[in-house]
Design a protein around this ligand. Structure first.
Ligand SMILES: [Ca+2]
Length: 637
């Protein structure tokens, strides 16, 4: 039956950016008879799929059922995407399992449309304590999501997340406050900047006794659950049910910390976490009670270990390269020259890129690098190891034969890195699709807000780097996509400056709970409801604290408006960078010295005002000369 108001449209929806209503209205309908009754389809949806039931079956089998989806070839899935609408409507014919649920849904939609025609008002449950499913990954850069239209879009890395965006609202200017795993999660829990919630760098521990949004949701009647990566140390508080990975967790056969103790679960971490969430939805969720479920993936965090079924994904394509892959940081302060996160110089060819890596790899015990992939290989099953080596063995052999050096070697490293990263992303993308399918199956999708986000962005070879930490756009931005049925228009793109301090107050506002005064973020609900008058925010504030530490990115803070960015590094004396993001989106030309003085002074004043507004008077330690010499050779000259 007619289902445009719901979810799941093929990729062209995100191109056309039409709301479901205008989508229906703009095209001539085609009448389609089915056992569930006759209904109209827009011609557009038929363009690749009028061939009939056979292809529809393929769509249904590859696209709509989690089991066959995982086994489907990339081609079949791609084909399924093009004929998705047809498959959706014809499923009652071809699939036994979801028939009843979809018939009921179809009837409900038909009644809604009839009511609209007859001018009858139907009370929407959307405003009435919606359920919240928060899918949160680790290090997933917005430019590795198709819907964000970045330079990796041609790879089609995230069809499921793109569909979520096509059904909801995508925040184009969404930022973190401190670009690193633990601190970003602490900000989300509390709605407060790092200097207020106490988790400033990954060496800190989170004080779970403080006010967090899940605790406040429980007070207004929500059932709460958390599965996957927490990275906040200690046992989570504010959740009725939880199982979290210890620290970073493992990709294969991960351990979990549970209220009952440690538990190992075999499988790939992204699938295992999704399984736990699905099991909770089906078995532990209380009927008639609103819920907030956090599904927090480890992927695509370093070291990028894809699931077995994704080991050969992208084998036959060349990844596009970022335009800044060979950036020499000529205009930046010295901070950018003395970092340690280069694909070329710092990414380890065995431990990060898996060259010749086996469970009995001859490891150099003295070598200090992230060896989690090697340790994980040692606890993989013989079948998993075989699949792993079957995938990488022949590629390693070809690499040794090619005898690469210079830029060619950098390009090879980049290709291997980007492919593994996006293979891990693929698992997360499938998790989003599967969770949405389960919500539909349980008939919860009408009143469940589905949110996709990640703790920060990431460099995928941008500026020659991997990792995060900097206030530059690639790692400062975080994806944020919200589908709130009945509230968000399909395919809406919001350009306001929003930040992870806003998540907690948003969840509280959705639930109708009071937002405590000490929360520093603002509810995004007015933006989601398109009720915002004027600018949501003039500028966002950032402060990164972890130095000296892995990757050696010095402490810095700064401010970003819709056009300019000002950054201050303070441990080596005052070092400033400023960028005009409109003229220079890649941040290659530092205009701090050359820009109009009034403009620079205006940005400095705004920065100081924001530091006062957020009450950040945290210490700015400048190093003594001896220490500066040790870290930056320039000072030794
Ligand atoms: Ca992270």
């Amino acid at each position: 039956m007619l289902d445009y108001s719901k979810r799941k449209f093929p990729p062209f929806r995100s191109e056309t950016r039409l709301s479901p209503a205008s989508f229906v209205a703009s095209r001539n309908p085609t009448i389609c008879p089915t056992p569930a009754g006759s209904f109209s389809l827009p011609q557009h949806s038929h363009r690749n799929s009028v061939d009939g039931l056979c292809e529809a079956r393929l769509c249904a089998q590859t696209k709509r059922t989690p089991i066959s989806r995982s086994k489907a070839s990339a081609n079949a899935v791609q084909k399924a995407q093009t004929c998705y609408v047809t498959a959706y409507f014809r499923q009652p014919i071809s699939l036994a399992h979801p028939v009843m649920s979809r018939h009921k849904k179809a009837m409900r939609i038909l009644l809604t449309i009839l009511a609209l025609f007859l001018g009858i008002s139907i009370t929407s449950k959307a405003d009435n304590q919606p359920n919240i499913v928060f899918v949160f990954s680790d290090d997933h850069a917005p430019h590795a999501i198709g819907a964000y239209n970045g330079w990796l879009k041609s790879v089609n890395p995230t069809p499921e997340i793109d569909e979520l965006a096509a059904d909801g609202m995508l925040f184009q200017n969404s930022f973190c406050t401190n670009s690193i795993c633990g601190p970003s999660r602490a900000v989300i829990q509390t709605g407060k900047h790092s200097h207020k919630n106490g988790f400033m760098n990954n060496g800190n521990s989170f004080d779970w006794n403080q006010q967090t949004f899940p605790k406040l949701l429980k007070k207004v009647g929500y059932q709460t659950a958390l599965y996957g990566k927490s990275h906040l140390k200690g046992h989570p508080q504010g959740y009725d049910d939880w199982m979290v990975l210890p620290g970073q967790g493992l990709y294969y056969n991960p351990d979990f910390i549970t209220p009952e103790g440690k538990k190992r679960i075999d499988g790939h971490c992204t699938d295992v976490v999704t399984d736990l969430a699905v099991q909770w939805l089906k078995e532990k969720r209380e009927d008639g009670k609103p819920f907030m479920l956090m599904v927090q993936h480890k992927a695509p965090h370093r070291n990028w270990m894809p699931a077995e079924r994704h080991l050969h994904l992208y084998d036959d394509i060349e990844m596009p390269e970022p335009t800044t892959l060979f950036d020499k940081w000529e205009d930046n302060t010295l901070a950018a020259k003395y970092q340690e996160l280069e694909v070329d110089g710092h990414m380890h060819i065995n431990h990060d890129l898996f060259l010749d890596l086996t469970p009995d790899f001859d490891d150099d015990k003295e070598l200090k690098t992230d060896k989690s992939a090697f340790r994980n290989l040692q606890r993989m099953s013989p079948t998993q190891v075989k699949a792993w080596r079957d995938a990488y063995g022949p590629k390693d052999e070809a690499f040794h034969k090619a005898n690469l050096s210079g830029d060619d070697l950098v390009r090879w490293k980049y290709q291997r890195y980007a492919k593994n990263y996006l293979r891990c992303v693929k698992g997360v993308d499938e998790s989003v699709g599967r969770l949405r399918d389960v919500l539909a199956e349980l008939e919860l999708d009408d009143n469940t807000v589905v949110i996709y986000s990640s703790d920060q962005g990431f460099y995928i070879g941008d500026h020659g780097w991997y990792d995060k930490r900097w206030m530059y756009e690639e790692s400062f931005k975080m994806p944020l996509i919200v589908n709130w049925p009945g509230v968000t228009d399909g395919g809406a793109v919001n350009m306001e400056l929003v930040q992870n301090i806003d998540y907690a107050p948003t969840f509280l506002a959705m639930a109708g709970a009071d937002i405590p005064d000490d929360i520093q973020g603002k509810s995004l609900v007015p933006l989601l409801k398109k009720q915002q008058e004027g600018k949501f925010r003039d500028a966002v504030y950032y402060h990164y604290y972890e130095y000296p530490s892995v990757h050696m990115v010095p402490r810095h803070y700064g401010i970003r408006t819709d056009r300019y960015k000002l950054m201050k590094f303070y441990q080596f004396g005052e070092q400033w960078e400023m960028y005009d993001l409109e003229k220079d989106p890649d941040e290659l030309t530092n205009i701090y010295e050359t820009a109009d003085k009034k403009l620079v002074d205006g940005m400095k004043k705004k920065l100081e005002d924001l530091r006062v507004h957020y009450d950040d008077n945290s210490h700015e330690p400048e190093y003594p000369l001896e220490k500066k010499k040790g870290f930056w050779p320039t000072f030794a000259k």
